[in-house]
Write a protein that binds this ligand. Structure first.
Ligand code: ZN
Length: 156
């Protein structure tokens, strides 16, 4: 199921993308009406803590998941529980814009990223939309650890 986070859930949206969920996050220009329209048109589950927005969504028969806590780990745990993630999709989506990442030949990155990183990694991805580069560096391993911690806490 594809997701939509409201304006207040930016950190959650980033983490959901890391977990591989297709997650829409509205830009500053979008109002409640625009958000509901995206949810309806793209058949997305609306995640929100905004009661008024959730009520409007309900009236329009848009599926909702009410988030009650402001704690990020709790929010993630709730969603992982309701919609189990596909582990093969971890870290396959741009955290900034939600676009699926593409593999990029290492040679293309020569002089575009720090030399140390270039030398110590062989596999790189790029976001075709915002051109950000990704590799499985320390960030990735920290994320994996945090993900595992979250999952273990959630199952216990
Ligand atoms: Zn991107």
């Amino acid at each position: 199921m594809n997701l939509l986070c409201d304006h207040m859930l930016g950190s959650l949206a980033t983490w959901l993308r890391i977990f591989g969920y297709d997650t829409f996050y509205p830009n500053e220009m979008m109002n409640d009406k625009d958000i509901l329209q995206v949810a309806r048109n793209e058949k997305r589950l609306l995640l929100s803590r905004d009661h008024a927005l959730l009520m409007q969504a309900k009236k329009s028969l848009i599926p909702i998941l009410e988030i009650q806590t402001t704690d990020l780990a709790e929010q993630l745990r709730l969603i992982l529980q309701k919609i189990p993630p596909d582990e093969t999709l971890f870290l396959t989506r741009c955290t900034l814009c939600n676009t699926p990442l593409h593999l990029i030949p290492k040679e293309e990155l020569k002089n575009k990223i720090p030399e140390k990183i270039y030398q110590s990694h062989d596999t790189f991805w790029t976001c075709p939309t915002c051109k950000k580069y990704y590799w499985m560096g320390t960030h990735y391993h920290h994320m994996k650890e945090r993900i595992n911690t979250l999952r273990n806490n959630h199952s216990s």
